[in-house]
Design a binder for this molecule. Structure first.
Ligand code: ZN
Length: 95
């Protein structure tokens, strides 16, 4: 028999905070300005890589390859917590 899972507590765009699970909303614009509700961090495990230049004398180009992409979503409330900001920064650096 199939299990029925409760739908996530999603915001208007179906996106939820990776830390508290609350549904988040896209940025709202008004005449007075705008209100950001969440941030999306596209990060993950990286590794150094290089490609050879166009000719034998051309230096190779160094870059970082994103080998395991991870999207982290933080609502503005969670990002205001120092421990969440620290965790996001650590993951963003590839730690
Ligand atoms: Zn949150």
């Amino acid at each position: 028999m199939a299990e029925v899972a409760a739908p996530p507590a999603a915001g208007s765009n179906g996106v939820t905070c990776s830390y508290c699970g609350r549904g988040v909303h896209p940025t709202r614009h008004s005449r007075q300005g705008y209100q950001v509700d969440y941030y999306l961090w596209h990060t993950g495990r990286i590794q150094p890589a290089s490609v050879q230049g166009g000719s034998d004398e051309a230096p190779s180009k160094q870059f970082f390859l994103l080998v395991e992409p991870v999207d982290i979503i933080t609502c503005v409330d969670c990002l205001a917590r120092p421990e969440v900001l620290e965790d996001v920064e650590r993951k963003y650096r590839g730690g």
